[in-house]
Each structure stands twice: as structure tokens, then as C-alpha cells.
Design a protein around this ligand. Structure first.
Ligand SMILES: *Cc1c(COP(=O)(O)O)cnc(C)c1O
Length: 373
């Protein structure tokens, strides 16, 4: 049946900015400047400013934005990288592809983000890095994780693919997603809050030498063409993508504000339903609601009910990475990460995007109310 409320409506957003984005793209086409054109450094500068970092280095995807900094570590077999299990696959896949072993750690049940105490307990002499994920649009306890990483002299990578522009008050100062990590990473996958017309990503850092190395690694490991200090990758961001993203970036703050308003409306509509727990925002955080994610009773039946009414919804994520067949050799049993496994069974994400209307939200909330009635 036709969806009455889609999970995401990229067409609605596109229509609101169509002329500006198409013009920016055509300007690149007319110049035929597809590779490392002026829009790429312009986007890097703009996002560095937004994220309070000295350097932003664009690359081909959010996955590569994780892989490249991991490759700088020269991981050897058996080297460990602490990651959450309750995240998108790329967080741990990048560790494997960089030659390391992911060590999965449980989450804080309130925010779904890494539990710093569990992280501290998981550090061993072979731990080479920690990757925190800012899940669903709110930052992890990044200052505590940075402190743990600093104590052990290892880097903290902040996977901000879902959280561009999110911020967190630390000692009374607003800190941006990516600002306090050794490297912060972003994704411009089309469904992310700042989405391109294809794949794209970015690496953020305060470290001058690391920024130069990452910029080199995305260009086959050579700062100067045909001269290679190390073996790198072809992981550039297309100029066309940078042009599209520069236009969309002007709207990002307003879009995030609209997402927060939509989340507040859902909170009001859904709080009275006993079987539903609305998202917990850490009081230190300003959330950007990449996802609006509930914990609910009888989750799978609710998902079926909503889909039957033409309402988009999704489960991020139904299987923790510690239980994925591809990581079976690591030996994690069911029950080893109880909060992750509870979340896998209870979460459901509702439609949330800047163009979502109040009447659409009323339809979604009404359907949930009917299910539990
Ligand atoms: C989307 C996402 C990525 C990967 O980004 P791509 O641009 O699709 O490669 C990595 N981590 C998280 C948490 C994500 O949500």
C-alpha cells in the first residue's frame, strides 16, 4: 500500500532547494572540474568552521573517513580497537579492514552510546584506539572517553556520521561533534542529515601533521602528484558532491532545529503511552535527531502494524555487530553485551525529517496509540 508517512522524504527537501543545488552542480559541469575542484576546499573550510576544528579533510565516504585514520596506526594482527556493537556496520568493518580486531563494548541504556566505564574496563595492553559513535544524532560522553584514551596514550576516533553539527556542553563550553576527538568522522550518505547526491565523507582533526597525512592517504599516499611517501587510497570527494553539500550546508542549522521541534512534538504525543519510552537526551547534549528512536514493548508486532498502515519505520539495529556471522571467530556469545541485546529487541525509529508535518506526526502517534489500546 502507498505510504501515508514515509520514513524519510528526500524529494520534499530537494524540491525546497532545487534551483540552488542544480545551479551549483551545473557550475561544476560547465567548468568540467570534477576532481578536487574549488568547492572541495571550500566545503572543508566551512565544515571545519562549523565543527570547531583546525582541519577538515574530505574523502569518498563515511566508511573511508574511519578507515584512513585507522590505517595511520599500522595495526598488526591482534591489535585491538574498542568499538560499540550497537552501531552501523562500518564502525567495526573499518577496524577489520585496517588489520585490527574490534573489541565490542556495551552501551549506556539511556543514550545508546558507549558506556565509558565499560570502555575503561576493556582496555588491554593491545588496545590501539577507541572509536566512539554519536548514535542517532547525540554525542557520546566524549570528554570522558577522551580522558580514557589520553590516559592510555591512544587516539579517540569519533564516528559522527549521524551527528554533524551536534554539540555537547563540557565544563560550561559548547563542544561540537568531532571537536574533542583525535579524529572526528562525518558521512554525506544521502539519508544523513547533510546528504549529498551520492557517497561522501569527511575527517576532522586539530592535529596539523595528522591532517596532512590523512590528506595524503586519500590521494594514493602522495602529497605531490606521482610522488608517494606511503601507499594510500583513491578516496577523494567529487567536486559535484562538494558543490551540492555547500548549498545544503546553509540550511543545516534550520533543518536540525526543525528536527528538534518534530522530536518535541512526538515526545508530547507519545509520553502518555505506557508501553513506549521516548528518547532520552543527555542534559549536556543538543541532539540533532538523525533518528527519533523509541524503546517499545512488542516491537516486531508494532513494526508490522505501522507498516500495514503505510507508516515508515525502521530498526537501527536489529543485530549487534558482536553477533554478526562475519565476526563469529571473535567468540562473542549471546548475553555477552546485555544492554546492546536489549536495545536490539526494543528499538524502533519513526519518521523524522525537517519537512515532516504536524498532521503526519499525528497519524504516526495515532497508529501507535491504537496498537497499544
Ligand atoms: C552511515 C554511517 C557510516 C558510514 O557512512 P558511509 O558514508 O555510508 O560510508 C559509519 N558509521 C555510522 C554510525 C553511520 O551511520
Amino acid at each position: 500500500m502507498a505510504q501515508t508517512v514515509p520514513l524519510l522524504d528526500l524529494v520534499a527537501q530537494h524540491q525546497s532547494i532545487r534551483d540552488d543545488v542544480v545551479a551549483a552542480m551545473l557550475a561544476v559541469v560547465e567548468r568540467q572540474a570534477f576532481i578536487m575542484g574549488d568547492e572541495v576546499p571550500a566545503l572543508e573550510e566551512a565544515i571545519a568552521r562549523l565543527s570547531h576544528v583546525r582541519h577538515a579533510v574530505a574523502c569518498a565516504s563515511g566508511t573511508d573517513a574511519l578507515l584512513l585514520p585507522l590505517r595511520t596506526l599500522g595495526l598488526l594482527p591482534g591489535d585491538e580497537v574498542i568499538v560499540p556493537s550497537f552501531t552501523f556496520f562500518a564502525t567495526a568493518g573499518a577496524v577489520h579492514n585496517a588489520g585490527g580486531t574490534p573489541v565490542f563494548v556495551d552501551i549506556d541504556p539511556a543514550t545508546f552510546n558507549l558506556d565509558p566505564e565499560a570502555v575503561a574496563a576493556a582496555v588491554t595492553p593491545r588496545t590501539r584506539a577507541i572509536i566512539a559513535v554519536d548514535l542517532y544524532g547525540q554525542m557520546a560522553a566524549i570528554e570522558r572517553l577522551a580522558e580514557i584514551a589520553g590516559r592510555h596514550g591512544i587516539p579517540l576516533i569519533e564516528d559522527g556520521a549521524q551527528s554533524i553539527g551536534a554539540r555537547r556542553k563540557v565544563d560550561g563550553v559548547w563542544r561540537m561533534c568531532g571537536e574533542l576527538a583525535t579524529v572526528g568522522t562525518l558521512s554525506f550518505f544521502p539519508s544523513k542529515n547533510l546528504g549529498g547526491w551520492g557517497d561522501g565523507g569527511m575527517m576532522l582533526t586539530q592535529d596539523d601533521a595528522l591532517a596532512a597525512r590523512l590528506a595524503r592517504l586519500r590521494l594514493h599516499g602522495g602529497a605531490k602528484q606521482y610522488h608517494h611517501e606511503e601507499v594510500g587510497f583513491n578516496s577523494r570527494l567529487d567536486t559535484v558532491q562538494a558543490a551540492v553539500l555547500l548549498v545544503k550546508l546553509r540550511h543545516l542549522a534550520g533543518w536540525s532545529e526543525a528536527r528538534r521541534r518534530a522530536a518535541a512534538r512526538y515526545d508530547d504525543l507519545l509520553r502518555p503511552i505506557g508501553a513506549v519510552r521516548t528518547p532520552v537526551v543527555d542534559p549536556a547534549n543538543e541532539h540533532i535527531f538523525h533518528q527519533y528512536t523509541l524503546r517499545v514493548e512488542r516491537r516486531d508486532a508494532l513494526v508490522e502494524h505501522l507498516r500495514g498502515r503505510g507508516i515508515g519505520c525502521a530498526v537501527y539495529y536489529p543485530v549487534g555487530l558482536h553477533l554478526q556471522p562475519c565476526f563469529g571467530h571473535l567468540g562473542y556469545a549471546r548475553g555477552s553485551l546485555p544492554e546492546t541485546e536489549r536495545a536490539m529487541a526494543e528499538v524502533v525509529s519513526l519518521p523524522v525529517y525537517p519537512e515532516l508535518t504536524e498532521s503526519q506526526q499525528a497519524i504516526v502517534a495515532g497508529a501507535i496509540r491504537d496498537f497499544y489500546a
